[in-house]
Design a protein around this ligand. Sequence first.
Ligand SMILES: [Zn+2]
Length: 165
Amino acid sequence: MPTTVSTPVNLPADEPVPFAVTEAAEQLLTAEPRTWLRRIWKGGQIVETCPAWCTDTHWNDQSGYLVDLCHGDGFQGPELSVFDAEDGMVQVPLFTGRINVDPYSSEPARNVPHVHLEPYPDQVMECLTPDEFAAVIAQLRAHCDRLDQVHARLVEARAEWQGQA
Ligand SMILES: [Zn+2]
């Protein structure tokens, strides 16, 4: 949750940005390891505090535009061995993604926690609400039920095939 220590001021982009740690900011910085001072391009600074679920390192977040900051927690998906015409057999991660929040975004879909889901690498379903994410999960669960039926048919088909041989 962001705590504004000083309001960013409008300075020309090429001016040096005034940067000093206030006493209040210093207390916050030492009290909480997931709190850090972030210098805002075009002026000002904020003390940024990660939500408890954020696992981002923020190594490169010591300065930047206010709106570019996001907190997140990535998750992995199953990897399937898939044949690729150029690369041969490759491991493809499916349904990976992250819970994300862009606290300073003016877009209502982004400034609350949401999910970015990558069903397939480089294919992204952006800004899913909890309901939208639940709908995707329900579709996948239903599809797994159908796959179980296909599996049963395959087992039958094999037994039949081998019985004829
Ligand atoms: Zn964070």
